[in-house]
Ligand binder design. Structure first.
Ligand code: GRF
Length: 190
């Protein structure tokens, strides 16, 4: 089984879903020292490492440190779970086609931040979440799995986010498992 490294910046409920699914998480890294997900990792005796981007002079130096920690823990697949930084070339080159992300919208609709708010503002009737390979763009990589949820009358950003999150916790571990087992591959040239 492949070893997984999870990058977070906050709450870490997707990290929890990955752990609860029994997937082999070798290390959790957060750029935000106050991320609650770090506590979740510690509770499961998973190494929890803070690498604060603010402590580094540029993105490359910051990402080199991440790569160092991932390699130390023999990580072969990187899963972004609420990681609030755009992945740069150092991570992409060291983990080509080996980085996954979960996004709270049906991509290619509503990439970037505040997707649920964007979905409500556009009046879509169906939204959902997407697991995809990470490339150099923002939420643009090849799609692995999606789940749809209805948008209901009087939905707020909070109620829609909660409905989507429930599905995130189901499909992210499923998609990771498929990639770990080599049943899904991204063969795009890097
Ligand atoms: C999720 O909605 C995820 O799709 C997005 O950021 C949120 C992270 O939530 N990328 P959590 O930290 O996993 O609870």
């Amino acid at each position: 089984m492949k070893q997984i490294g999870v990058l977070i910046s906050g709450r870490g409920s997707n990290l929890q879903a990955i752990i609860d699914a029994g997937l082999p998480v070798a290390v959790v890294i957060s750029n935000d020292p106050s991320a609650f997900g770090l506590e979740r990792a510690k509770k499961h005796n998973i190494p929890a490492v803070i690498i604060n981007h603010k402590d580094y002079k540029d993105k490359n130096t910051y990402e080199l440190e991440i790569v160092k920690v991932l390699q130390k823990h023999k990580v072969d697949l990187v899963c972004l779970a609420g990681y609030m930084r755009i992945v740069g070339e150092v991570l992409l080159q060291n983990y080509p086609n080996k980085i996954l992300n979960i996004h709270p919208a049906l991509l290619p609709s509503f990439p970037g931040l505040h997707s649920q708010k964007q979905a409500l503002a556009h009046g879509v009737k169906i939204s959902g979440c997407t697991v995809h390979f990470v490339d150099e763009g923002c939420d643009t990589g090849p799609i692995i799995m999606q789940a749809a949820v209805p948008v209901v009358e009087n939905d707020t950003e909070e109620t829609l986010s909660a409905r989507i999150l429930e599905q995130e916790h189901i499909i992210y571990p499923q998609a990771i498992k498929l990639v770990c087992e080599g049943r899904i591959k991204n063969e795009k040239k890097v």
